[in-house]
Every structure is written in C-alpha cells, then in structure tokens.
Write a protein that binds this ligand. Structure first.
Ligand code: ZN
Length: 397
C-alpha cells in the first residue's frame, strides 16, 4: 500500500488528558487564552493527491493564506504551541508538495507551512476525536492509461470498516464487526475482480487498524471511481434489524445520526454539532454538489440497497429493507468519487448475528453488493442535476 505515514502518534494517558482538559476549562473560564497543543503532523502521498493531517489537543482557531514566490500556503493556529514530539520539517517531494514545515511563530501562534510545487486545488476541514485539521491537496490531474485507451474500466475501492484494536460493533455472542466486514470485502474483491474491466483495491486486507482519514485518502489517491465502505449495524434495541445504505449528506434523522456517531467514534452530541458546522457544510455544498457526486452516490446507494434486499429476500425470511439514508460519515468526507457506506445487517440482533457468522450469508451479501455495483456501472449515464446550469454538459455523456 503506497502509504507514507511518517511521524509518530503521540499517546497521552487519560490522566494527562483529563488534567489538560481541566486546565483548558479553568483557563477559559478565567478569560485567559488556552494553549492548543500541536501534537502531530503527518501526510499520505499519492500520485495526484496528498492529505496532510495536523493533530491538536483542542479545536483550532486559525487563519490561512497563500503566497507566491515561492508558492506556499500557511496556517497560523492561534493560542497554540508546538510539542517537542512533532517533527518540524517533513520533506515530501511528490510533485505537488515540496515539504511541510511547522514552528512556533510567536508566543501564542504555531505556523504550519506547505511548500507547494504544482497544485490545482486544496481544501481544509476540521474533524474531532482526535481533533485534527485535514488539508487535501490536489495535483494537476493526469489521465490514467486505461482512460487514454478508452476502455470502460472502473476502479473501485472497497473499505472493510474497523480492524486491529478497533473491533467495531460486537454481537451478543461476541462476533466482531471487523471480522465479518473483512470477510465480505475479501469475497467482494474476488467477485468483482473476475470482470477484466474492473480494478479492485481494499483499504485493508487483514486485521489491521486504518484511521478513517487514511481510508478516504487511499480512495482519492487511487483515483477511484467508486468507494464502498462495508459495515455491520448495531443498536441498543436488540430487536433492531435490517439492511441500510448511506451516502454523505447532512441529516436530521435521529437514527441516522446515531449510526454515524458510532461509525465516526464520536458522541451523539458531537455528531449533532458537526452536522451543523460551517466547514462541513461548505464541503458538502462545494464539493458534492459541484461534481454531481451527491446524485451519483445516491444512485449507487439505491442500486446496492435494492440488489441486497432483493437477493437476500429470495434466500432468507424476514429481511428488512431500511432503505437508503444520508448522514455525515467521516470516512466519506472529502472522497472525490461516488461513495457509499453499507450497513449489511445488525450484529447486535441475535438472529442477524447468527446469519452474519455464516459463510453462506456473507457470500450472499458479497454477491448482492457486487451485482448492485455492476448494475450501477452499467446503468444509464449520470442523472442530470436539478439546476439547469450543467444541462449541456450532462446531456453530452
Ligand atoms: Zn462499523
């Protein structure tokens, strides 16, 4: 996997964190400026795309600026200090970024500088738990060899959720979500791989932990056409069951917010706050709507959901269709292609946990997701957006 994660993760003890948070609360209450620690800077590099992640101890307040001669972007993070563990110069040299530099600019400001080479566009977002600033850098797009040859080859990234120290949801009989979804993803790769026009990549093919940001980075870095994240659902209500497929969008649906909070590893309270955040809304409006990604993701979700429900209903009794839904999943944020998150069944439901433990059921799930993807790929050209501005473009395809 062409992933370069080059700096160390700082592990704080919970005690230190509590002390830190207490101190921050105390200082804030006293009206003094709290110190936001810059704890880690790392990047993932791909041919046309780089993701830089700055991990902090608190929500960052920052300004940004782009300067020429030489071309660079810098971020001034207010009320912050850089910790000793941070590597302050990261040479990148991948054609887009020369390097990433960071330093204590003055007593209360950390400056992070991205020295640019050839950059088409960049985007910044802030996510929580851990608190981090994510900068996505896009290079000037080069045509893939398969595109040049005009072969209808689709490139698909399948993302089995969780892994390693993160088991995901755990069933009443101790079945782990991470094991179930990995097996489904491996089966899916085998099925899809039989089509010579489809290239399949997995974000993980073994029991290893991959951060959510890195999964999206892999899909963007592979220049994928489709991104499918595979998960198993869970609910405190044991009776909850069924299949649902999500695409990225804001939502007011309480159940959808709960699912996204669990998959994002954040509290429901934080999830609701994030749902209203300006940065996140900007990404959705600017990115998803501009490239028609939301409509295409919705379409992909519909094809997969329909295929799963239809196929499983013919083999099993009582398959519940919970439909296509929308919510803000970290793993889908910033993905440049049609992307969905599938919740294959409820691992928290004893009956569905038993089904999920079976080779045959996992095989049916993989086959039905694969045929949903295939029917999406071979379906009619992209639907026209509701606004008239792109009509001519859409009609040309
Ligand atoms: Zn999950």
């Amino acid at each position: 996997m062409p992933v370069l994660a080059i700096s160390r993760r700082l592990i704080s003890t919970s005690l230190m964190l509590v002390c830190q948070l207490t101190l921050i609360c105390f200082l804030s209450a006293a009206g003094a400026s709290a110190s936001n620690d810059v704890k880690d800077i790392s990047y993932w590099s791909f041919p046309d795309y780089t993701r830089v992640v700055v991990t902090l101890s608190d929500s960052p307040e920052f300004t940004r600026n782009r300067l020429s001669g030489p071309d660079r972007i810098y971020f001034d993070i207010k009320n912050s200090r850089i910790t000793n563990e941070v590597k302050t110069t990261l040479p990148v040299g991948n054609g887009m970024l020369k390097s990433v530099r960071a330093g204590q600019f003055n007593d209360s400001t950390v400056r992070v500088v991205l020295d640019l080479e050839k950059v088409k566009d960049y985007k910044v977002m802030v996510l929580e738990d851990p608190m981090r600033m994510i900068v996505d850098i896009y290079g000037a797009k080069t045509a893939r060899p398969d595109q040049a040859a005009a072969v209808p080859k689709k490139r698909i990234v399948i993302d089995p959720g969780h892994g390693g120290h993160d088991p995901g949801a755990v069933g009443p009989n101790k079945l782990y979500e991470k094991d179930v979804v990995l097996d489904i993803a491996l089966k899916l790769r085998k099925i899809l791989g039989e089509d010579p026009n489809i290239e399949v990549f997995l974000t993980r093919d073994r029991d290893v932990f991959i951060p959510l940001d890195q999964r999206t980075a892999i899909a963007n870095g592979k220049n994928a056409d489709l991104f499918v994240s595979v998960h198993a659902n869970a609910s405190p209500r044991r009776a909850a069951k069924g299949i649902e497929t999500y695409f990225l969008n804001w939502t007011n649906d309480e159940e959808a917010l709960k699912v996204a909070a669990r998959e994002n590893h954040i509290s429901l309270k934080k999830m609701k706050r994030m749902n209203d955040e300006r940065d996140v809304l900007e990404i959705i409006k600017g990115d998803l709507l501009r490239d028609n990604k939301r409509d295409e993701s919705l379409k992909l979700a519909n094809h997969i959901q329909l295929s799963m429900v239809k196929k499983l209903n013919s083999e099993y009794d009582d398959i519940v269709d919970l439909g296509v839904k929308q919510a803000l999943f970290y793993v889908l944020l910033g993905a440049k292609m049609s992307s969905v998150l599938v919740e294959v069944s409820f691992i928290s439901n004893p009956v569905e946990e038993k089904l999920l433990s079976k080779e045959t059921y996992r095989g049916e799930l993989a086959r039905s997701i694969a045929s949903g993807i295939a029917s999406y790929v071979t379906s009619a050209p992209p639907s026209q957006p509701a606004t008239g501005t792109r009509k001519t473009l859409a009609a040309r395809h």
